[in-house]
Every structure is written in structure tokens, then in C-alpha cells.
Design a protein around this ligand. Structure first.
Ligand SMILES: *[C@@H]1O[C@H](CO)[C@@H](O)[C@H](O)[C@H]1NC(C)=O
Length: 279
């Protein structure tokens, strides 16, 4: 089963009784996709939509710990998922987690799909201690609903709108002087910048740190943002798109959440996380 954080799938809707660890939930809405190839057997929606699993079960909380994956990995091992059906709200924080509040979703007529996303307040990003200047409109949703930062486990590599991605990519290129940049690999993999690290005894890249509202900041483990793609070449595992696109300015993907315990505390409208070796 694949976890869908904020994406939407189209198919036929049916009503079934769901049985889950002693819990029985009648009139549980499930979707049957009409056509799929090379797809997993099941997909569960975990967004804010009314038909998502947390909404239908009335979950107060859910959490996951995503196993580390290599770039070319096709292991069958799966990550753990915890659903909290308990109705009582202690309001307590889970031990050792840092929290950042979910931000309000933009309310825009023709963009109702944005209402299922989990928006986060990302204040700033530093690379090797240097503040990366990104246009504010990408970090925070505007009047038109575009921009803002969401977290989505269904997105593999973090997506950053082009105008915000370029300063980030430029800063890595500016600071990484020990390795030769290999542009050919960027065209092939769609990732970049890419560097030839084959001669290095120990590979080191500048620290990438994210500062979220509420005082939650995190330095990502380097394997969460650089990956070997073969031939002694390592690439930044974040992607961008065409010049102008509708939607969030940044989508934090699952590759960047590897070996993090991530808790969606829906009762208290906040996201908690901590680094952990996921099993
Ligand atoms: C990377 O560097 C090594 C040694 O300098 C070289 O042999 C190899 O061809 C380079 N790889 C690429 C993809 O350019």
C-alpha cells in the first residue's frame, strides 16, 4: 500500500464496511481506479479531504516513519504507519518531537483541491549556515492561493518552484568546490546539481537546514538530499518545474523525510517530527 498525503486520485467510489484491528466502520468510502499499470494494490488518502482515511475514521493523529531508500531501490520492505483512533485529547506532545503548526489553507474558488493539503510555515532555509533568499510568495500562499509550503508523502522528491529553486541550487554550486559538476547527469536524471565524487575518500556536502514556525528547525541528514545516481556521481534529490505553475511553491516529499518519525497531530493542528532510525 502506498500512502498518499495530499494527492487526489480519480476512480469509482463504493461504500464498504471497513474492518481495522477490532474497529468496524460502516459506509466507508473506497475508490476503485478504472485503469492502472505498475501500480500498488492499494492507495490510502491521508489528506484533509472528507473522503480521506483520517476524516472517515475521525483520526486525531497519525504518524509514520519512512525507511531509508536509495535512488534506484525497489525493495519490498515497507514503512510503519500508526493510526490513533482514541477520542480523548490530552493535548500532550509526543516525547522528543518538535512541532510546527499547520497553516491555514488558502480559500480560493476554483482551487478547491488545495484544501486537502497540509500547509506548513517554513520561515527560512540555510545551506552551510548561509540564508538562501527565496521570493516570499513561494513560502507563503498569496491571494490567488498559489505558493506556500506543503508536506506530501506521495511526492517522492521535494519540488520547489523554479524561482525559489534557483537560489537554492546556486548556493549549493557556490559552496561545493571540491567536486566537479557533471551536467550530463542532470539532464538524464532530472535531478541536480550533480557532482563527481568518485575520487573523494569521504564525501561531504554543506548542511541543509529548514526553519519552521514554532521554533522547529531541522538539519536534514545528507542522504536525504544528496543521492548516488551511479558512476560516482551524487545529485541533489530535489526537483523543479517549468517557469510558472499553479499550486504550492514547495512540496516536501518522502525522500526528504526518510528516517524521520513524522506525526500529523490533527486535533492540535500541528506537525511533529524527530530524526529516528526507522525499522
Ligand atoms: C569522475 O571522475 C573520475 C576520476 O577523476 C573519472 O574517471 C570519471 O570518468 C568521472 N565521471 C564522470 C561521470 O565524469
Amino acid at each position: 500500500m502506498i500512502l498518499y498525503g495530499s494527492s487526489t486520485t480519480v476512480g469509482i467510489a463504493l461504500s464498504e464496511t471497513l474492518h481495522l484491528h477490532g474497529l468496524s466502520k460502516p459506509n466507508f468510502l473506497v475508490g476503485c481506479s478504472v485503469l492502472s499499470s505498475h501500480q500498488p494494490a492499494g492507495i490510502a488518502g491521508f489528506g484533509r479531504g472528507l473522503s480521506s482515511l483520517p476524516s472517515q475514521l475521525g483520526l486525531g493523529k497519525f504518524s509514520y516513519c519512512l525507511l531509508a531508500r536509495r535512488f534506484d531501490d525497489d525493495t519490498k520492505k515497507s514503512s510503519s504507519l500508526v493510526l490513533d483512533i482514541e477520542q480523548l485529547d490530552s493535548g500532550k506532545k509526543t516525547n522528543a518531537l518538535v512541532y510546527t503548526p499547520f497553516m491555514k489553507n488558502p480559500k480560493v474558488e476554483d482551487k478547491s483541491s488545495f484544501s486537502v493539503y497540509y500547509y506548513l510555515g517554513l520561515r527560512r532555509i540555510t545551506i552551510g549556515g548561509h540564508h538562501v533568499k527565496m521570493p516570499y510568495k513561494y513560502l507563503s500562499p498569496g491571494e490567488d492561493g498559489n505558493g506556500g509550503v506543503i508536506i506530501d508523502s506521495a511526492t517522492t522528491f521535494t519540488f520547489i518552484a523554479r524561482e525559489a529553486f534557483e537560489p537554492l541550487s546556486d548556493e549549493f554550486i557556490r559552496q561545493i568546490t571540491d567536486y566537479k559538476r557533471i551536467k550530463e547527469f542532470e539532464d538524464v536524471t532530472g535531478l541536480g546539481p550533480c557532482f563527481n565524487v568518485s575520487d573523494a575518500k569521504t564525501v561531504s556536502f554543506p548542511e541543509l537546514r529548514l526553519y519552521f514556525k514554532g521554533g522547529a528547525d531541522v538539519a536534514l541528514p545528507v542522504e536525504n538530499y544528496f543521492a548516488f545516481v551511479g558512476g560516482g556521481v551524487a545529485c541533489l534529490t530535489m526537483v523543479t518545474g517549468p517557469e510558472r505553475v499553479d499550486g504550492p511553491g514547495m512540496i516536501l516529499g518522502s525522500f526528504q523525510m526518510q528516517n524521520f518519525y513524522v506525526e500529523y497531530d490533527l486535533r492540535n493542528e500541528r506537525l511533529g517530527f524527530k530524526q529516528e532510525k526507522c525499522k
